[in-house]
Design a protein around this ligand. Structure first.
Ligand code: SF4
Length: 691
């Protein structure tokens, strides 16, 4: 029998709605939903290829020396329950680290973090948000008091100016690029792009600030300097809605356009033009991506952006606002619902006594861990800590829907940790690079087999509906965690029979979700949280009267330029940037199983400027060895003027020769996010002596 199911795309945070036509538990067709943008990109149209791929995990597996053997759910969960209990009893709950996923539904994130905090008793939980937008969260929490996008994605096409920093929308969120940004351009609105690469959006920009990698702060501070000096500030907004203006004014005095030009390579004139346009046009939407966040100064980079929009009053009104454009489909949910070591559901700090009391009462437990946990970028390397070194040594890892053996920086280190950890559980849909190190592998379901909710990048909550029943013995992630909670003697904490039971508890846990029911989300309806009660329509524009800080005002945070952890030198003369390719997604866990996508980009490549290529006698398509202080890979050269001389770019998706073997794991001290965007490297054409 043919059935049509309306659900949500599993890839990016743009949350396109899709209709899956199924027959006999098989996806026959994928179509866009015929309301709204009616948009699906090629990745989305081909989801059946990975959902039904014969390589899907369909049974629990346990390690048997160098191989895996199939087992029952009962046995797999018994092993996990007993090993986690043993390690917890012997070494304490903080000796275990948990990674959750930006692909989980909100319901799955919720039950996972509840399991970690109540059954295990640690806050050592993290998600892929750590390596993308935690710097945005940190900067937004200190300036604004909340970390979500302030306005909706629909407003992008009706603003006057889109300011895009370190973000390549065509590959990260195709819907935003093709349906919002290009529409804005066609309507005659302006675009400013700040990026080291000539991306597709840079090509259509009115002003392109092509910066040297890592020089965001000098340029943004110089724009603030011009806006203040030329009295283009929104004085009323600053007086009524902000604090800390005088400190900011003093801090940007030295950042003249000429000073910024020296550091960034962007001409002073262009910086002045950008500042004037930004401050005088009326409405600006600011979008930023990992080009801003994946630096040792990622939090400060974002603060510099926030300062600009506060100076000009571009927040709290329709068609303005700040947009940390989250990548993965539910990475916004992963952080908002609490898959973070310092955050309870609803962006409440675990160290906040009121939040502690609230969650103890809600979960009917006597105690919860009060200390902030470790981030994934801390607890993974801590597996290798020496006994007695004083470092919190990690003995067990539970990794669900993440693939740190490809996604983390400095992979040789991370892979050693995965190999040496006493006990490793991986819960996923395919045998990922991380799963290959596991002691127990649990088969999870894809989005097509799941119900629940996602939070779109602009705070809109959307409903996911199962189109097919789980393949083989795979199970939705929430059921696996529930079963494990029961196995570990805490059935009372996980009384849920359906996803909707968990959602009802989330509505009690998070006042901003209280008014959102599954019924209100049917037929493709999306509700922007906060939505405090059942009659509330949702909140498309936030901060219209006050900011959620104690003073009710937003805070200017002065920030200063500091150089990257690694700068090019004689031995390592190039700066490597990493980023996305249009046809793959994250660690390509699912896209590598889609023939159409694999054919479009079949292996990792290195973009290199023609002048550099000529110097090294490299031709388009040649194999090039890329070497950093941490490792080396061989990539296919792609000679292009999209990168500037001295800078090269490689995508991070590929399992063969993964670029993260060379990337730098130096961390931003505030967000603990690695500096993926800047690695000093040297290159050599294979079979050539020129280095
Ligand atoms: Fe899916 Fe994002 Fe493409 Fe929409 S834009 S179809 S959500 S990948």
């Amino acid at each position: 029998m043919t059935k049509e199911t309306l659900t949500v795309c599993p890839y990016c945070g743009a949350g396109c709605l899709m209709v899956l036509t199924t027959e006999n538990n098989y996806i026959k067709k994928v179509s866009p939903f015929m309301k709204g943008d009616k948009f699906l990109c090629p990745k989305a149209v081909k989801v059946a290829d990975f959902v039904h791929n014969p390589k899907r995990l369909t049974k629990p597996l346990v390690r048997d020396n160098n191989t895996f053997k199939e087992t029952t759910w009962d046995n797999a969960l018994n092993i996990i329950a007993s090993r986690l209990s043993e390690i917890k009893d012997k070494h304490g709950p903080d000796s275990i680290g948990f990674m959750g996923s930006g692909c989980f539904t909100n319901e799955e994130i919720y039950i996972y973090q509840k399991f970690v905090r109540t059954v295990i008793g640690t806050n050592n939980i993290d998600s892929c948000a750590r390596i993308c937008h935690i710097p945005s969260l940190k900067a937004l929490m200190r300036s604004i008091g909340s970390a979500t996008m302030s306005n909706t994605m629909d407003e992008i096409e009706d603003t006057k100016l889109i300011f895009i920093a370190g973000y390549n929308p065509e590959v990260c969120h195709p819907r935003l690029y093709f349906k919002k940004i290009k529409t804005a351009k066609n309507k005659g609105h302006k675009i400013i792009v700040m990026d080291p690469r000539m991306t597709s959006v840079a090509k259509i920009a009115d002003i392109f600030l092509q910066i040297r990698p890592g020089t965001e702060i000098p340029v943004l501070n110089a724009m603030a300097n011009v806006i203040i000096k030329e009295n283009l500030i929104d004085e009323r907004f600053i007086n009524n809605r902000t604090e800390g203006y005088e400190e900011l004014k003093t801090s940007v005095e030295k950042y003249t356009p000429e000073f910024a030009e020296n550091i960034s390579g962007v001409s002073a004139k262009l910086i002045i033009d950008a500042a004037r346009l930004y401050a005088t046009i009326g409405n600006v939407v600011t979008l930023w991506g990992m080009g801003m966040t994946q630096h040792i100064c990622g939090v400060d980079n974002v603060s510099a952006l926030i300062n600009l929009l506060l100076l000009t009053g571009n927040i709290g009104r329709v068609n303005t606002g700040l947009s940390p454009v989250r990548g993965q489909n539910n990475v916004q949910g992963a952080s908002f619902i609490g898959a973070l070591p310092d955050i309870f559901p609803g962006y409440k700090y675990v160290t906040d006594p009121d939040a502690q009391e609230k969650f103890k009462k809600l979960w009917a437990v006597e105690s919860l861990p009060t200390k902030e946990g470790l981030t994934s970028t801390e607890f993974l390397p801590n597996v290798l800590a020496e006994e007695g070194s004083g470092i919190n040594k990690i003995r067990a890892l539970y990794i669900a829907g993440e693939n740190p053996a490809l996604s983390q920086a400095n992979l040789n280190l991370i892979r050693r940790a995965l190999m040496e950890v006493d006990f490793l559980v991986v819960q996923d849909i395919f045998m990922t690079e991380t799963a290959k190190f596991a002691d127990v592998v649990l088969p999870a379901c894809t989005f097509a087999e799941k119900a629940g909710t996602y939070i779109r990048l602009d705070r809109a909550v959307q409903l996911l509906n199962p189109a097919i029943s789980p393949l083989g013995e795979s199970l939705p992630d929430w059921k696996i965690i529930k079963m494990l909670g029961h196995k570990m003697g805490h059935a009372n904490l996980f009384p849920y029979n359906t996803e909707s039971d968990i959602w009802e508890e989330i509505r009690k846990a998070i006042p901003d979700m209280a008014g959102i029911t599954y019924e209100r989300l049917t037929d493709g309806n999306a509700i922007h949280m906060p939505c405090p009660d059942i009659c509330h329509p949702g909140t498309p524009v936030k901060y219209t009267d006050k900011f959620p800080r104690p003073s009710g005002r937003a805070l200017f945070v002065p920030v200063n330029y500091r150089p990257p952890a690694e700068t090019p030198n004689e031995e390592y003369p190039f700066t490597l940037i990493t980023g996305r390719d249009a046809y793959h997604y994250n660690t390509s866990t699912i896209t590598r199983f889609v023939p159409y996508l694999k054919q479009r980009t079949d292996r990792a490549y290195l973009q290199i400027h023609p002048k550099d290529a000529a110097r090294y006698e490299i031709l388009d398509g040649d194999d090039v060895e890329v070497v950093s202080r941490r490792g080396k890979v061989v990539l296919r050269a792609s000679v292009t003027e999209e990168v500037m001389p001295g800078v090269v770019f490689a995508p991070f998706h590929f399992c063969e020769d993964p670029i993260n073997l060379v990337t730098n794991n130096a961390l931003d001290p505030l967000s603990k996010t690695p500096e993926y965007k800047i690695t000093a490297i040297k290159i050599r054409k294979i079979d050539s002596d020129i280095t």
